[in-house]
Design a protein around this ligand. Structure first.
Ligand SMILES: [Zn+2]
Length: 462
């Protein structure tokens, strides 16, 4: 497997698809694929990792533009603040953005997410029309952002038509999201043409679709939509984030959202149900039988006061799951995993719930989320094994809390007692994007984002 065009990396420990392996030589070809994996090797003539190496994390659910309002909604806007008042602030931020701004903003966000251990992002993209630009321009801006930061991207253009169940007409602020069926499919077609050409790293870029939610599309239209797109594109949908959404679905359709979806649509393993927060035990077992994955976004769900998904039961039953940074109020993969586990501890009044002994909690959480995320994004990543892209995260073994620990203890500590400086390098397709915890383009990318935030704060104060 060796050849002059290959790069080899040596790691003291690597969390492979079969668990931790020691003294591992990882061979990477010029296109960024892992072509050899040899435990028990010597480090000679290799680039060397000093800390344990993990598969890069896959982030299944991001709305890049929402990074702009991170931290800016921490005041009470009404008698009882909720998701719905937060959404008003987010709509205001969109008034400011052009596609060029979105390219700058997403490049910065994806750089921050790389620093947080995410090597691929699923962008659930619904603000299609920014300023007077065409819908295609905002999608291409996100691709440009991902290329600048050097991460994997699965762009999930969103189909959004209505403001509520029963095909309610969209509100004026939602006009920038709305596409009819023909326009949505022609956008998908145009994106497919662009994605097939002109990508810096073709393997980093994937496409899927995202019917927004059963509020914003009619469930009866979904079979036809899914039949019209390529068979290998993933399908993501917000399903049951809010109790208000469940009540509205019951009132309009006589069924809860998950029931309604599974009764009406041929859901299978291509599907990722985002925020399946409010479900019954029957819905849970029907979701499991469908083969769909769930996309959990613990910090955003906490920030928005959504509720807790029954992850402990889902995991025990063998359900696939992944994590998402969603509103990007937080850009650390370890923080999402920690809050996911802690939420279940608070719910069940037990500890160490999201693991299968004897695997440690950290390794169990990280591997399940990385592999589940890669599947949900159709990214050839999420595990350290031959045939996958060399997306790797190296911990910093000299950090005061990690020094002297076994690799399992280092990963447990990184997730449960995370501190700045615990990630050393992050590679995507064998190329180093983050070193000593800092994205290599951080200084270049930061000013445009800071300018945008200043513009937003000024607009909010007027
Ligand atoms: Zn979302």
């Amino acid at each position: 497997m060796s050849g002059e065009s290959h790069t080899c990396w040596w790691a003291p420990y690597a969390l492979t698809a079969e668990g931790w392996r020691e003294r591992v030589l990882i061979e990477v070809d010029d296109a960024g694929w892992i072509v050899g994996l040899r435990p028990g090797s010597r480090e000679e003539a290799c680039q060397t990792f000093s800390g344990p190496v993990l598969p890069g994390m896959c982030n299944v659910h991001s709305h890049a533009h929402q990074r702009l309002i991170a931290g800016l909604t921490a005041y009470r806007a009404a008698d009882k603040d909720s998701f719905w008042s937060w959404r008003e602030s987010m709509y205001r931020a969109l008034d400011l953005l052009s596609p060029d701004d979105l390219a700058d903003l997403s490049a910065w966000l994806y750089a921050e997410l790389l620093e947080g251990g995410y090597t691929s992002n699923g962008e659930f993209h619904y603000p299609h029309f920014l300023g007077r630009a065409a819908a295609l321009d905002s999608s291409l801006a996100l691709r440009q952002g991902a290329e600048q930061a050097g991460c994997g991207l699965t762009l999930l253009p969103v189909w959004y038509r209505y403001s509520g169940f029963g095909r309610r007409a969209p509100e004026p602020a939602q006009a920038r999201f709305v596409l009819d069926a023909d326009d949505f499919l022609s956008l998908c077609h145009e994106l497919n043409v662009h994605w097939a050409s002109n990508a810096v790293r073709p393997s980093n870029q994937r496409l899927g679709i995202a019917p927004h939610s059963l509020r914003a599309v009619a469930v009866d239209d979904l079979n036809e939509l899914v039949a019209a797109i390529p068979k290998d594109w993933p399908v993501h949908l917000h399903i049951a984030e809010q109790t208000g959404e469940v009540e509205a679905c019951l009132a309009s359709r006589g069924r809860r959202p998950v029931e309604d979806l599974l009764d009406s649509v041929a859901v299978d393993s291509r599907w990722c149900l985002i925020h399946a927060t409010h479900i019954t035990a029957t819905e849970r077992s029907d979701m499991l039988a469908s083969g769909a994955a769930v996309g959990l976004c613990p910090t955003t769900e906490a920030d928005l006061g959504d509720g807790l998904f029954p992850a402990a039961e889902w995991q025990a039953e063998g359900g696939r799951w992944a994590i998402g940074s969603d509103s990007n109020v937080c850009t650390s993969a370890a923080s999402e995993l920690r809050l996911l586990e802690w939420g279940q501890r608070l719910r069940c009044q037990q500890r160490n719930l999201l693991l299968t002994p004897p695997v440690h909690l950290g390794a169990s959480l990280w591997q399940q989320a990385a592999a589940g995320g890669a599947g949900a994004l159709a990214q050839p990543a999420g595990a350290i094994e031959v045939g996958r892209r060399a997306d790797l995260v190296e911990l910093q073994p000299n950090h005061s809390l990690l020094a002297g620990l076994s690799p399992d203890q280092q990963l447990d500590t990184f997730i449960l007692a995370e501190q700045p400086g615990m990630i050393n390098r992050v590679l995507v397709g064998g190329q180093c994007r983050v070193s000593q915890g800092v994205h290599r383009e951080r200084e270049r990318l930061e000013p445009a984002f800071v300018d945008l935030r200043r513009r937003l704060i000024k607009a909010m104060s007027q």
